[in-house]
Design a protein around this ligand. Sequence first.
Ligand code: FES
Length: 164
Amino acid sequence: MDDKITITLTRRKLTEILIGLVALFFASGAVAAVLKYLWPQIQAKGESVEVRIASVDEVPTGSAKNFVFNGKAAVLLHMPAGFKAFGSVCTHLGCIASWKSDESVIVCPCHLGKYDPNTGAVISGPPPSPLPAIDIAVREGAVYALTWKDPNYVKSISFYAGAA
Ligand code: FES
């Protein structure tokens, strides 16, 4: 009795298999990137997430700088009373709000929701709640984002606003 198994491959079939393996390799990378985009890593409880946002000189009084914090869009504002930072994902339907210097407000372009740049509170429009505040620190000439003031914020929006 013969224990050998013989598989016969044509050159064409072998080429198809190799092309399929290469395609699978690239497709798996694309799928991993999409999954990482949809479910960004969430800060573990107590984990330090300190991020350098900008040098103090980079954001003069009355101006702002957009940045990303824990995978979410955020904005650093330099108000006369000092630096403030908020998540900039609108609490209405998730558009990205931004600083409007001529009105001194944070504005969401989608339905014109407006937020107070000192507190993040809603001034007008449909947003149901304030922008989430970020604790910051200013040291050695730079501004750092430390953590969300509300530790449940990232979990509450990660389901629908992964694109921040
Ligand atoms: S999504 Fe921002 S006001 Fe509607």
